[in-house]
Design a protein around this ligand. Structure first.
Ligand SMILES: [Mn+2]
Length: 408
């Protein structure tokens, strides 16, 4: 309280997807471990703000037990850290109304839940959107523009660019010389979108260029939606904090973390704190698909702690190289796994006679794992060779967004 030079410290995390199930396996124990770790981290870092940028829940209508876990965490965090402010914004997986609901009870206190874009008389309600963040002495130390995931109805004709321009103008007017944090739950281009990307998640809002949305009037732009922690090039620090642990096997190689942001000298100093992974993700065989007998040997050779709690047992994805029909494949794999302390996600069959072993047809069984843009790129390569031109990819993604918007 006396240290006036102490920077204002933010812990930025995102995409918790509480209530998530991976091939029928609940993630509750993993979420408990993450939240315990996060609570410790908040204390150790002596954080001023916990900022969660959307997709709190995995589904719009999560089980009561999952919501109870979230509320318990908020209580524990605000009790253990009496100076902590908490800001939660809604993501595309969240029901905006469900996120908003407790805010009526909480009032203008230290926990802010912004599920949907605050509106009043048909206009953006900047009084509710712009939050003053108290420093240790009680005086405002920074401002935060809590922009959640925006549905087409929130944007009307002005689009995301118009919205962010309005919010930045209003935010800077209030913050003056104090730093301004801006949030969003959306997919911006110009980012390092992994080939090994997220499971298919709806493209948020509309297509957006970071450079067109954000400028250096924001000291830090905190984003949610992409599950891999990553910086976005721009005029100011822009970052996806990423999810706390893998939500699909394709995310198992990500290095999950929370982002610690110190607001200093009108700018932001950023570092990553890696999150210990609650449950390992194993690929068997580790070296890629192999014939069934070799896979059985690889499973037998797994040396795992038998005493580990069920909810923390390793996930395992099995890939078998097949050459024609193998009617007993599943039975034999399950028999090999029997008694092993693992949680099976899926058994991937890879056709040995496919030219590159990664053709679309061979993956038909895993339709839910395919990203439309990846399929488009692959078909383009098959027909024309090489990668689709950027303009064509752009057009395809715009179309995808329109289609998904219409479906919502
Ligand atoms: Mn999302």
């Amino acid at each position: 309280m006396t240290d006036v030079l102490r920077p204002y410290r933010v812990l930025h995390t995102s995409d918790w997807h509480m209530g998530h199930e991976l091939f029928g396996h609940v993630r509750d124990v993993e979420h408990d471990m993450f939240l315990d770790w996060l609570l410790d981290r908040l204390k150790t870092e002596d954080a001023d703000l916990l900022l969660v940028t959307g997709d709190i829940y995995d589904v719009a209508n999560p089980p009561i037990a999952v919501m109870a876990r979230f509320y318990r965490f908020l209580r524990d965090a605000t009790t253990a850290c009496p100076q902590l402010t908490v800001v939660i914004i809604g993501g595309n997986h969240d029901s905006a109304a469900r996120i908003n609901l407790p805010s009526a009870l909480l009032g203008p206190g230290r926990v802010h839940l912004v599920g949907s874009l605050p509106r009043k008389d048909g206009a953006t309600d900047c009084d509710r959107l712009l939050l003053p963040l108290p420093g240790r002495g009680g005086a405002t130390a920074a401002w935060l523009a809590a922009v959640p995931y925006c549905r087409p109805g929130d944007l009307a004709s002005r689009g995301l660019e118009g919205l962010y321009a309005e919010v930045l103008d209003a935010g800077k007017e209030r913050s003056g010389a104090l730093p301004l944090i801006l949030t969003g739950h959306l997919h911006v281009w110009g980012g390092d979108v992994s080939e090994q990307s997220e499971r298919r998640i709806a493209v948020g809002g509309e297509e957006a260029e970071a450079a067109a949305l954000f400028d250096d009037r924001a000291a830090y732009v905190a984003l949610g939606h992409l599950h891999r922690p990553q910086d976005i090039p721009g005029a100011t620090p822009i970052r996806y904090a990423g999810s706390p642990f893998p939500l699909s096997a394709t995310e198992r190689l990500y290095r999950h973390s929370v982002t610690v942001v110190d607001l200093v000298d009108g700018g932001a100093r950023i570092r990553d704190e890696p999150i210990p992974r609650p449950a390992p993700f194993l690929a068997v065989p580790d070296s890629g698909p192999m014939p069934l007998a070799d896979v059985e040997n690889a499973i037998a050779a797994l040396d795992l702690d038998a005493d580990i709690a069920r909810g923390l047992q390793p996930f395992v994805e099995i890939s078998v190289l097949v050459d024609g029909p193998e009617p007993h494949l599943q039975t034999r794999v399950l028999a090999a796994l029997s008694g092993k302390p693992v949680r099976l996600t899926r058994i991937v069959r890879v056709q040995a006679n496919e030219p590159d072993g990664r053709a679309i047809d061979a993956r038909q069984a895993d339709l839910s794992e395919l990203k439309p843009e990846a399929v488009f790129a692959e078909l383009f390569e098959r027909e024309h060779g090489g990668e689709p031109p950027a303009a064509l990819m752009h057009a395809f993604l715009s179309l995808m967004i329109d289609v998904q918007g219409a479906r919502d």
